[in-house]
Structure formats: C-alpha cells, structure tokens
Design a binder for this molecule. Structure first.
Ligand SMILES: Cc1cc2nc3c(=O)[nH]c(=O)nc-3n(C[C@H](O)[C@H](O)[C@H](O)COP(=O)(O)O)c2cc1C
Length: 279
C-alpha cells in the first residue's frame, strides 16, 4: 500500500455524506481506503494474483476475536459450478458467478465441538445463543478486515447476505459440519471498469443519527433522516438512477414483514437443523 493519499479529506467526506462533515483533520492511506469503500458488482475475467486468498485470510485473522476463541472459518470458492449454484441459492446474484473468488464467512462452533469430542471435554456453552452471536461477530470482524485489505489492493468486493436465503442448501453445498453457519458471502475480484465507473461512493446517514453522546437520543434520527433523504435524492439524480422512494420508505419496505425476507424468516428453524440450540 502506498504511503501517499490521492484525495483530500474534504472531498472524501463530501462523497460519504453528501455535505460538509467535520472530523479530525487527519488523513492517511488506511482512512482513505475506508472512506472510499463502495460495493463492486461487476468483475473482469482477470484471475487474482496467486495467494491472494491467503493474504486476505491473514488480514482476516489479524482482526480481534472474542477471547481468542477464533470461532469463525472461511470457505474460498473458485469452482465455477459451485459459484453458479451458490449464486442461484442467493437469489440469482450474477456477480457471484462472475467473481474469481467467492468467500463464504462461517460462524464456526464446530471446531470447538470437535475438540471437545476429541478430548472428552464438556462444551455445553456452545448450545447458547451467546456463542452463535460470538461466532457471527468474529466472522464479521474477520471479513471486514479482508474487505479492507482487498480494497487497499484496488480489488473490489461485495458482501452477499443472500446466502442466508437458503442456509441448509448452502451448508450442504459447502459440506459444513453441524454447529457451523454460513453468515454471508463476499465476492472478490478486479472491478470491471465498464460497470464500476458508474459506481460511486454511496452517502451514509449524517453522523447525528448514529453518533450519540453519553446516552442514546431516541429522536436524533428525525432531522438526520430528512437531510439524508435529500442527499440521496440528489445522489440518485446524479447517477441517473430511479430510487423506489425516499430512503426511509425503501428501508421500511425492507423490514415490513416476513414476505420481504426472502426466506430468512425461517432462519431460526434452519439454525436448529444446523445444530444450534440457541438457549
Ligand atoms: C452483511 C451484508 C450483506 C449484504 N448482502 C448483499 C447481497 O446479498 N447482495 C448485494 O448485491 N449487496 C449486498 N450487500 C451490500 C450492501 O447493499 C451495500 O453495502 C450497501 O448498499 C451500501 O453500499 P456500499 O457498500 O456501496 O457503500 C450486503 C452488505 C452487507 C454488509
């Protein structure tokens, strides 16, 4: 990674928030990489350099991990047939087929269970919801480290929550043992300039909606969401995109009920079938 930044802080913040936002005046290549994140859904056919997956996993393993239990794994999928099948399971997301590397991030309690069996040691706590949440958190932290590492190398990524649409099929396809769960996938590849040229940094909510001082302020979102709707309206107009209404309506539509959950309303049943008791 270069030690030089290519953009100034104000430009980066303008893209992230669509308006001026004051932060500590400090910029370095790490912060520039973070601020420039955008999901990439178009990839060239160029293969990744050898050992890219290993580099990304080393970045992932460098993340903090709860009690050093390291309750996560990742399955690196490069086989075209398997990527195609996973793409179908995730709601026909064609970028899964197109990317050279599809990483599936797994909340993995199976490793500790296997150790318990091998060493005749109790592992009762693995049956509690806390441990599944721990595995999910650890997998997420690991994945985000890999994402930043990939983006620092000018690779593109997009997370794929769609693989939770069919958790049992995904588990079968990947040969996951009981007590492991594919939390989300991640496409990795060289961004296709034809599609990613249009792709720009997507603004986020003003900080006043998410940054609470000392205690949580339940009404903090009101003004912030109005401002964000205006920012997003401008953003979509600039991108010549037609949004399905303002952000709050789009978001509320997404959470309106089980019919809008693409099968994930059945996740508790699926997790039980995958060996999680969730007491
Ligand atoms: C856990 C997670 C799951 C996601 N699942 C999908 C997905 O299945 N398909 C997709 O195209 N994008 C997916 N995304 C990408 C989000 O839509 C994207 O991050 C968000 O719209 C913000 O855009 P940006 O990443 O370009 O800033 C996912 C993101 C996260 C964090």
């Amino acid at each position: 990674m270069s030690t030089q930044t290519t953009k100034d802080l104000e430009t980066l913040l303008q893209a992230r928030y669509g308006k001026g936002t004051e932060v500590l005046d400090a910029l370095n290549p790490t912060i520039e990489t973070l601020f420039q994140h955008k999901s990439v859904r178009g990839f060239t056919a160029q293969p990744l350099a050898p050992n890219t997956a290993e580099l990304l996993v080393a970045a992932a393993q460098s993340a903090s991990t709860s009690s050093n239990l390291q309750t996560w794994s990742v399955v690196a999928v490069e086989d075209q047939g398997r990527k195609d099948r996973l793409a179908a399971m995730a709601g026909n997301q064609k970028w899964i087929s197109a990317c050279p590397l599809f990483l599936v991030w797994v909340a993995d309690l199976a490793r500790l269970k296997a150790l318990g069996d091998e060493h005749q040691h109790a592992y009762e706590s693995l049956n509690y919801l806390e441990m599944l949440i721990m595995g999910t958190i650890d997998a997420s932290l690991a994945a985000q480290n890999a994402a930043i590492a990939a983006e620092s190398l000018d690779l593109g990524i997009v997370y794929i929550g769609g693989i939770r649409n069919k958790p049992l099929d995904v588990a079968k396809e990947l040969g996951l043992p009981p007590m492991s769960f594919a939390t989300f996938g991640m496409c990795v590849g060289h961004p296709d300039p034809a599609t990613t040229a249009k792709n720009v940094v997507k603004p986020r909510l003003p900080q006043s909606a998410v940054l609470h001082r000392e205690t949580y302020h339940p009404t903090a979102h009101k003004e912030a969401v109005d401002a964000y709707n205006a920012t997003m309206e401008k953003f979509y107009a600039e991108q010549a995109m037609k949004p399905l209404g303002p952000w709050h309506i789009q978001s509320l539509n997404r959470v309106r009920g089980p019919e809008a959950m693409a099968g994930r309303d059945l996740l508790v049943d699926a997790l039980k079938k995958l060996g999680f008791d969730m007491r």
